[in-house]
Design a protein around this ligand. Structure first.
Ligand SMILES: NC(=O)c1ccc[n+]([C@@H]2O[C@H](COP(=O)([O-])OP(=O)(O)OC[C@H]3O[C@@H](n4cnc5c(N)ncnc54)[C@H](O)[C@@H]3O)[C@@H](O)[C@H]2O)c1
Length: 377
């Protein structure tokens, strides 16, 4: 049984909507049947026609779409929300209230009030909610989590994680419409760089290590003159249990594209993971031995290996990571329909994880505004 889904955002000229569609298509377990792809109805119509969607399911507004799809016999099973950050809350809320499962891109919302409300609504309505922290879907990220959980590097002592980019390094580097809305507080919220990249860092570290943040100290800087929102951030983290972390996110780091790197140091060893080279992971042990393990080999734990689609040496990457999130989400939505769902089946970032990202951002904003002080969670 193929599921039916709809999309809000992702019109012609946008970035991530098309990537979601391609990722979902990798497994062919869901088909796109409805959309409100843009605020501009002409764009929605053109995008929908291009994608072969029936005209009566191309909607002028997300609100109309939620209402109409909920009433149809053959209505969508889930919606994919791929609009700029400030719209996530209202759009997700409309679909949850209509009783429709939701997938929303990160960051989940622009403040914790919104994030916790979405969390509450999803729980109350008993609906599934995927937040597409893409990197959490990599086989090697899942493997890293398994290694850490099973004590392979001992007790985690400290984490170094960074996500530098260089695309907004100059006054002149506009970054197109994607750069424009990210720098605009009305569309991005109170943060640009930390909200965009820091939420990825917070999530991937939490996914790999299971560590819970206790307090943060942040320095969020506006480096390029004329900007209002941060474009370079440092965050010191203290986790429950005493381990520490240091996160760096940047959009002014010339030479970096999507250089998300995580280094986890335990009392028995170290794990190095780099999202631009997601086919491998490095484990260093106390005795000095260094092992580079590759996706597709028997060493990879079965739970992580189950997400591989290709043998080793045929590189999998970003699309596959996104598809892996959908593989689990779609399996869960199907199980919900069939009455066989249990929470243990969830292997994707949820609305609770999305809300953790917003909690992190808000604590960092408070810290930075108050002169880089420690802020308790
Ligand atoms: N998971 C990731 O790695 C990743 C990567 C890039 C972007 N994102 C997230 O994806 C989201 C979208 O980013 P993008 O770069 O694709 O932006 P974009 O500007 O390229 O696209 C946004 C789309 O949303 C549409 N839109 C805006 N408001 C709408 C509304 N009310 N109804 C219908 N459509 C509407 C726009 O017309 C456009 O088609 C952001 O939240 C961003 O943070 C996530």
């Amino acid at each position: 049984m193929r599921l039916k889904y709809g999309m809000v955002g992702g019109g012609a000229g946008s970035f991530i909507g098309g990537a979601h569609r391609r990722s979902i298509n990798l497994d062919g377990e869901a088909v796109l049947v409805a959309g409100s792809f843009s605020r501009d109805y002409e764009n929605t119509l053109a995008t929908g026609r291009e994608l072969g969607i029936a005209e009566d399911r191309l909607y002028k507004s997300y609100a109309g779409m939620a209402k109409a799809e909920a009433q149809r016999e053959d209505g969508i099973d889930f919606v994919v929300v791929v609009t700029p950050n400030h719209t996530h809350y209202a759009i997700c809320k409309a679909f949850l209230e209509a009783g429709i499962h939701v997938s929303c891109d990160k960051p989940l919302a622009v403040n914790t009030g919104q994030a916790f409300e979405l969390e509450r609504l999803a729980r109350e309505k008993d609906l599934l909610f995927l937040v597409t922290y893409t990197y959490a879907g990599h086989v090697t990220a899942k493997y890293a989590a398994d290694l850490i959980k099973s004590g392979q590097i001992g007790q985690v002592r400290t984490v170094m994680a960074e996500y530098p980019q260089g695309w907004l390094a100059d006054v002149d580097s506009g970054g197109g419409k994607q750069g424009e809305w990210r720098r605009d507080p009305a569309q991005s919220g109170n943060t640009n760089c930390l909200g965009d990249l820091g939420t990825h860092v917070e999530n991937i570290v939490a996914t790999m290590t299971g560590l819970k943040i206790k307090r943060v100290l942040a320095k969020m800087d506006v480096v390029v003159p004329g900007r209002v929102l941060d474009d370079n951030d440092f965050v010191m983290v203290e986790y429950e249990g005493g381990a520490t972390g240091l996160y760096w996110t940047s959009q002014i780091a010339i030479g970096h594209d999507n250089s998300l790197r995580v280094r986890v140091y335990g009392d028995e060893g170290t794990i190095l993971w780099f999202q631009e080279e997601p086919e491998k992971i490095t484990v260093i042990r106390k005795d000095g031995s260094l092992t580079e393990q590759h996706r597709g080999y028997p060493a990879i734990t079965p739970g992580a290996a189950a997400y591989s689609r290709l043998p080793s040496g045929h590189p999998e990457g970003w699309f596959e990571a996104m598809a892996n999130l959908y593989a689990s989400f779609i399996k869960c939505v199907k199980a919900k329909k069939e009455g066989t769902f249990s929470r243990g089946m969830i292997d994707f970032p949820t609305v609770e994880d999305g809300a953790e990202g917003i909690r992190f951002v808000e604590a960092c904003l408070e810290s930075s505004r108050n002169g880089n002080v420690w802020v308790e969670y």
